[in-house]
Design a protein around this ligand. Sequence first.
Ligand SMILES: [Fe+2]
Length: 276
Amino acid sequence: MTTKMTPKQHLEEVLASYDQCADPRLVQIMTSLTTHLFAFIEETGLTRQEWMAGIEFLTATGKKCDDERQEFILLSDVLGVSMLVEMVNQRTTDSATEPTVLGPFYRPGGPELAMGDSIAPENSGGQRLTFAGTVRNAEGSPLEGAHLEVWQTSPEGFYDVQDPSLDPMSYRGNFTTGPDGRFNFGTIRPVDYQIPTDGPVGDLLRASARESWRPAHTHFLVTCSGYKTLITHLFDASSRHLHSDAVFGVRETLEVNMDHEVASFDLVLDLAEENK
Ligand SMILES: [Fe+2]
């Protein structure tokens, strides 16, 4: 007598289809992804209509992407996934700077500037602010040759790629530390801003009665030979959105007093795995 196939047998059949794959990491990822996806569908009793709504949502997310707009990273951010990936990838020691999300507005190739230069255009409004500190290791030794990429919004809360009135690469700049590991650069005090809500991610936030604000911050991506890359933000400690960040990126250790002319913060890097 024949019997109907069960979801468990169906899962086993799908997982077995990877048996000939020569890439063990791909097998591990696809096995885990498939198993969790199957569990999600069974647990929720996903309807055909809901499955199709999901397909249409992902299709719309893809169509919203172009050279300037990355709706999939934004989706990953608001799902909390980007932050979790950072947490899993950068298990910080007690003294290393906490990481946070890269976000959808990072652009490589920012202008290489000298220490003390400003990333803000001369005629920008906003409150002038200087970031200053030392890039160092967990033992406190300054790191020479650390490369900092920094970026943030204009005083109106838009990145250069969002606002046609801004010159490309406005509010972006790269700096390289000397033997003392010190950095300092000018900018304007960052402001709270709303993530883009004119796409599928905005629809999701509205349907879920969720916030679209991010607390004021400046992004840092720090690389240094022999050390783990640090991707983080410094948040304005007086932002009113610190506890309702749309992408769950705030960490208490990254809150900085920006009430004065100089905001001070040391960036502490972990040794790369191969150097531990
Ligand atoms: Fe940002």
